[in-house]
Design a protein around this ligand. Structure first.
Ligand SMILES: Nc1ncnc2c1ncn2[C@@H]1O[C@H](COP(=O)(O)OP(=O)(O)O)[C@@H](O)[C@H]1O
Ligand SMILES: [Mg+2]
Length: 325
């Protein structure tokens, strides 16, 4: 059996606010990925997905701090480096993030090729501009984009889907072993979403990237993306297993509620109405006793609010619920 490319080991990360408040946004997350594997991560807004991305990339820029745990790529820890060293040796090469709509936030008066070159140079000051252009052209072509047209366009001239393809092309130019896509399809229509997902698969098939974390707030979307799925709630993974387990037979009441809140014709539930989850996730600035979902859980029992929940194996998947069966 091949060894994992990416290992996240009991990772905990917190924000320290100006007012001295500590927000434990990632609290004991563990998983690993082998070559060719994709893990989908889903959870409501505010549950710690984007913080997990920074924490996994070793990007601890205040107010974010590592509390404890480890992240290893190809067996080597990337924790404990300073940010400059991380940018030089790790980001883009070993691990890369595909941000949501990055080209929208960049200087609209510069062409794609210049924006892309800037991004590459920010990781590698010694890179030669002309070589970078040539590499971009070759890579864009390989990924089925009209390379010369796209590189000579301004971002505003490109449709949303093409912009996102460009961002993906640039983020993966240095063949990173691990790619983290944080809500890469959120602002896109369904057919463009599918095209973006196909492109990510292609990168994987061609061996350009080694493994991938695909993050979304839409759990059902992960059916089209990954075989393995982790559901996050209040900084923790609360259920982890295959599509069949997590989407079609969830055992954690939170996953069940999340699926129920997103029923749609597309997921084969034409006749049922979505039911939103009452209440809001707990405030991570205070220590939480007991199950973090207990306040909102429709099947909570009195002791759920008292007992800290640990991962259990239920029907072959991981579940953080003492009563799941
Ligand atoms: N810069 C920050 N300073 C303090 N708290 C933050 C900061 N960024 C995010 N948070 C808090 O961390 C928690 C997780 O946020 P985030 O990782 O963005 O969640 P998600 O990506 O799942 O929406 C939230 O409670 C959020 O308010
Ligand atoms: Mg986020």
């Amino acid at each position: 059996m091949s060894s994992p490319i990416f290992e996240v080991d009991n990772l905990r990360a917190h924000y320290l606010t100006r007012f001295g408040q500590k927000i434990q946004a990632v609290d004991g997350v563990s998983f690993s990925l082998k070559a060719g594997e994709i893990l989908g991560i889903a959870g409501e807004s505010g549950c710690g997905k984007t913080t997990l991305v920074s924490a996994c990339m070793g990007l601890y820029i205040p107010p974010l701090h590592l509390s404890s745990g480890d992240v290893r790529i190809e067996g080597k820890s990337i924790i404990g480096m300073n940010v400059e060293q991380n940018r030089r040796d790790i980001l883009g090469r070993k691990i890369s993030m595909i941000p949501q709509g990055a080209l929208n936030s960049l200087n609209p008066t510069r062409k794609v090729k210049d924006l892309a070159t800037d991004m590459i140079l920010s990781h590698d000051e010694t890179a030669d501009k002309r070589q970078v252009h040539a590499r971009l052209r070759e890579r864009f072509r390989k990924l089925g984009m009209p390379a010369d047209d796209v590189l000579n366009s301004y971002p505003v001239q490109l449709p949303a889907g093409m912009k996102q393809r460009v961002v993906i092309g640039i983020s993966t130019l240095l063949d990173p072993r691990v790619v983290i896509a944080d809500e890469p399809t959120s602002a896109l229509d369904v057919s463009t979403q599918k095209a973006v997902i196909r492109l990510l698969f292609e990168l994987m098939d061609q061996g350009i990237i080694g493994s991938m974390l695909f993050i979304t707030h839409e759990l059902p979307l992960l059916r089209h993306v990954s075989n393995n799925i982790a559901v996050m709630y209040a900084g923790e993974i609360v259920e982890m297993g295959t599509i069949e387990q997590v989407i079609f037979d969830p055992r954690m009441p939170y996953t069940q509620a999340l699926m129920g809140s997103m029923l749609s014709a597309d997921s084969g539930h034409r006749d049922q109405k979505p039911v939103s989850i009452e209440g809001a996730p707990p405030n991570l600035a205070h220590p939480i006793q007991g199950c973090r979902f207990a306040e909102r859980c429709p099947v909570a029992r009195p002791d759920c609010k008292e007992n800290q929940q640990v991962i259990r194996i239920v029907k072959d998947r991981q579940v953080r619920c003492q009563y799941a069966e």
